[in-house]
Design a protein around this ligand. Sequence first.
Ligand SMILES: Cc1cc2nc3c(=O)[nH]c(=O)nc-3n(C[C@H](O)[C@H](O)[C@H](O)COP(=O)(O)OP(=O)(O)OC[C@H]3O[C@@H](n4cnc5c(N)ncnc54)[C@H](O)[C@@H]3O)c2cc1C
Length: 386
Amino acid sequence: MTVLEKEGGVGYHSSGRNSGVLHAGIYYGSDTLKARVCSQGSRMMQAYAEERNIPVRRSGKVIVATSSATVPQIDALLQRARANGIRAERISPEELLRIEPCAATRSYALHSPDTAVIDSRPVLRELEEELKRLGVTVRLDSQVVSVAVNRQVVSTNQKELSYGFLINAAGLHADRIAHQMGSGLRYDILPFKGLYRRLLEPASRRFRGSIYPAPDPSLPFLGVHITTGVYGEVLVGPTAIPAFGRENYRWVEGVHATEAIRMLRTLAVMLGHNRQGLRRLVLEEARRYRKGAFVRAVRKLAPSVSASDIGPITKVGLRAQLVDRHSMSLVMDFVLEEGPASLHVLNAISPAFTSSFALAQMIVDRIQKKRLTRSIDRASSTGPPP
Ligand SMILES: Cc1cc2nc3c(=O)[nH]c(=O)nc-3n(C[C@H](O)[C@H](O)[C@H](O)COP(=O)(O)OP(=O)(O)OC[C@H]3O[C@@H](n4cnc5c(N)ncnc54)[C@H](O)[C@@H]3O)c2cc1C
């Protein structure tokens, strides 16, 4: 078994740049793939981290209503949590203050005691080492350039390799690899940039867990939130600003003309349709490049925070968000698409880090089942032994 990674190490992209929140699984409709793997994935990753002394902390999360319009969303989330078998309770503003002294809400809030935080980077390093110990070849600096499906050959910048089965988990580039292989043709990635800032001391010391706004249920983003990390640092963010390059972390870095034009066109058409209230989102999020708008978003969650409590940070991540070309809307759920001797992990957006172990288990089970069915089919087509 071989893992191909184009960078010189693991975690250069989404998995090494996320908020580190292991979501409990509240947000997702019970018919979604996200609901099927999120809470189990969180439990699996927490157990993995604890066994290996990787810092992980069940610090909990409160979800607050930042306006009276979002109060019903708290009830809707409570119902989803119940449907998904996740612990969550509705709490009064007074109870909220006992849990999270700086948080504010309209009417009531939701408490999720099972939300945890982790530093993703040691998890990734441990996984790399463990794979190597198990005999898996991890080829770094090996970029998949093309795939010949008929010959089952992958060409990298270094060499050609043949494969028996290929799993495409290329994150921000997964759609491109899928398209080359004739899969995922109705989807394109439109990356969304997540910028963070941090709370400075002494204000940061007043926070204990995570504070999230009740999200817009039609969008895949959870909104700017406050997260007390596993080492006690307090992050605010991330934004969800459309980016014009898959690795456009800063200014024009990672922007390629042809692709930027394609992304701009897609965004323009989507803004024209305005599905999922995209116009409002883009306008609101783009303003958050400026500190003032960012501070306003934070103050809706914790009104005592002032502009001088918020400092800069270089942390930025890009979401591998899929757009459905048919409906010109943002895809909400994870997408697994099978091709000839291949499986493509598409739209691995949040909570894909939380869900990763359970999702990986589901993928392995699916491949094994397929192989078993194929060998049973072969055996029955050759008939019983004489
Ligand atoms: C700002 C932000 C905050 C988030 N917060 C959370 C959170 O709190 N909780 C949570 O659960 N999820 C969160 N997520 C989502 C989560 O981080 C991602 O969904 C997850 O990490 C995706 O993992 P991945 O393996 O698909 O992608 P990646 O981690 O990007 O891995 C893909 C890998 O493929 C490699 N690659 C790409 N193309 C090629 C190629 N051609 N050849 C070889 N290698 C290639 C890349 O170098 C990369 O290492 C967040 C995401 C972002 C961006």
